[in-house]
Design a protein around this ligand. Structure first.
Ligand code: ADP
Ligand code: MG
Length: 244
């Protein structure tokens, strides 16, 4: 579903060039749940953002569903419809109700009629236990509720893959579970997922493969059992000793 070949990303900064991604190669199959862990600043967010071209790769290739996407004539809007993304901060529109937040894109892009979009939104809200919040505004919701709405909003586009960038990192601890629960259900439904998280329990339980990023490279990848119980790279061993 996603193929990344020799992906490089360099940022220009006031102090010169910063090499953030240093040659990443990955193949993500349909239905896989890939969890990415690693220290802060290692390039995890930049990697995710290169997958849907929120960042333009400096070098290398990104392929999605058989088509190379980092080419000048890529239809970015179509690409983003197929790749849902959920961020640490929920980015809901404060002046729109929950229902309007969820239906805005499908209606504006004429993917659905208003009636169809609202019907689907209500089904999705039901699924995440927030059917009673359709007419609420984001300010009236808890962090966990907002993040579940952000997930629903992404799902309303019927994406083929969902990208999550630390979706629970900004939440109060008691709200982490409800968001992870929604993500687990999505995984069980067969969604292809790429998830950056510090939730090692989620990685163990849900991942088909865990990647460890350090200094712009994937330095280890394995099934969770192997990854957590028999890490090979000393930097991963050190990382796990701090987070587990
Ligand atoms: P992570 O998500 O693993 O914490 P990031 O991908 O956010 O790491 O960042 C990796 C490095 O790239 C950091 O040093 C960060 O400061 C730098 N970086 C990220 N985005 C930009 C940008 N737009 N301009 C300059 N530097 C950036
Ligand atoms: Mg990040």
């Amino acid at each position: 579903m996603i193929t990344v070949k020799n992906l490089h990303k360099t940022f220009q900064t006031l102090n010169g060039k910063l090499d953030v991604l240093k040659g990443i190669n990955q193949n993500i199959e349909k239905g896989e749940k890939v969890v990415i862990v690693g220290p802060s600043g290692s390039g995890k967010s930049t990697f995710l953002r290169c997958l849907n071209l929120l960042e333009q790769p400096t070098d290398g290739e990104v392929w999605f569903e058989g088509v190379q996407i980092n080419v000048p004539d890529c239809d970015i809007n179509q690409l983003r419809q197929k790749m849902g993304m959920v961020f640490q901060h929920f980015n809901l529109f404060p002046h729109l109700t929950v229902l309007q937040n969820i239906t805005l894109a499908p209606i504006t892009l004429k993917l659905k009629t208003q009636e169809q979009a609202e019907q689907q939104a209500k089904q999705l809200l039901e699924r995440v236990g927030l059917a009673d919040k359709a007419e609420a505004y984001p300010v009236q919701l808890s962090g966990g509720q907002k993040q579940r709405i952000a997930i629903v909003r992404a799902l309303a586009m019927n994406p083929d893959v969902m990208l999550f960038d630390e979706p629970t990192s900004a939440l109060d601890p008691e709200m982490v579970g409800e968001v992870l629960q929604v993500m687990k259900e999505l995984a069980a439904d067969g969604m292809t997922m790429v998830v950056v998280t510090h939730e090692m329990g989620f990685a163990r339980e849900v991942a088909t493969r865990v990647l460890f990023m350090d200094d712009g490279q994937v330095v280890e990848e394995a099934a969770p059992d192997q990854f957590f119980t028999n890490p090979q790279n000393p930097r991963l061993q050190d990382f796990l000793s701090k987070v587990l």
